[in-house]
Write a protein that binds this ligand. Structure first.
Ligand code: AMP
Ligand code: FE
Ligand code: FE
Ligand code: ZN
Length: 279
């Protein structure tokens, strides 16, 4: 008998994107926290998931495939969680590659915007902050804090980097429809991430009319009441349910691994390919 009830945190980030723990460290932390399952959903890359597989096997953690794609839909930013896909699918790998180029171009624009605003920052500094290719705004925010340009991470977003702020740039955008199609081509399941960040239930319901498989109902430190509204939508629209902490490590210290999770039933409803030895 396992001494802990089954819990699987299906949303966290590693150093492959903007998290501060390596994929292996995430697996070790999951073990320490008594989690049985995990999905590493790095932004626009599956590198973190791939790297964590050996450690997950060693420590007996059920590691499902995961990714969090950024896309645009009718002028709004949408994050889509992809789960249970085949990691060697060429369309999926090609989409990750295109995001790599998008980020590289976009980061150049953001640095240029910051320089135009009088901030002393150079493109080369981005290359030293992470060994990985999925460099994003949190990395830039960290540079601004380290340089003393802003007092903290949040202020970097509020003053410069959040959508609509003067240094912001989308870069190339990918449509939600295309993102869903790629996840499905890889036999994966697509979930709407952190639905509470949208403008309300009406917007969430509308987005979910597209071919989604599920919605992230448990998030970070949501109360049962906060989850309820999304559980109702999932039920009405016949969607699967996921949940996770969106843990990023020390860069976002208010979130901790395992703060949100799914139980065994919901885990296996999502990860139907896990035992096919296809991962
Ligand atoms: P990017 O993928 O480069 O567009 O950066 C998006 C990431 O930045 C999100 O996934 C969060 O981790 C982080 N982020 C976005 N907005 C904020 C904010 N206002 N404060 C702190 N972190 C943020
Ligand atoms: Fe992030
Ligand atoms: Fe997100
Ligand atoms: Zn996330």
């Amino acid at each position: 008998m396992n001494k802990h009830p089954f819990r699987a945190d299906l949303h966290c980030h590693s150093t492959a994107s903007d998290g501060t723990l390596t994929p292996e460290e995430l697996i070790e932390l999951a073990k320490e926290r008594g989690l049985q399952g995990l999905a590493i959903c790095d932004h626009d890359t599956i590198g973190g998931f791939l790297q964590a597989r050996a450690k997950a096997k060693e420590l007996n953690i059920l590691l499902g495939s995961g990714v969090e794609f950024s896309c645009q839909h009718q002028g709004i930013s949408v994050h889509v969680l992809g789960y249970d896909f085949l990691p060697d699918n060429q369309e999926l790998l090609a989409l990750c590659k295109r995001h790599e180029s998008r980020r590289s171009e976009r980061n150049k624009k953001i640095v240029k915007n910051l320089r135009a605003l009088g901030v002393d920052i150079k493109e080369e500094e981005l290359l030293t902050i992470s060994q990985e290719k999925m460099i994003g705004r949190p990395h830039i925010a960290k540079i601004l804090v380290d340089k003393g340009v802003v007092p903290n991470f949040e202020t970097a977003f509020q003053r410069y980097l959040a959508e609509g702020k003067p240094a912001f740039s989308h870069g190339e955008t990918f449509s939600l429809e295309e993102t869903l199609a790629v996840i499905h081509a890889a036999r994966g399941k697509a979930f709407l991430a952190h639905p509470h960040l949208h403008r309300g239930r009406k917007e969430v319901k509308k987005i979910l009319e597209l071919p989604f498989d599920g919605v992230e109902c448990y998030y970070a430190r949501f109360t049962e009441k906060e989850a309820q509204s999304f559980l109702e939508i999932a039920h009405k629209q016949s969607l699967l349910i996921s949940g996770g902490s969106d843990f990023h490590g020390s860069i976002k210290p208010h979130s901790y691994l395992g703060s949100s999770f799914v139980d065994e039933i919901h885990f296996w409803q999502i990860f139907t390919n896990l035992h096919e030895k296809l991962y």
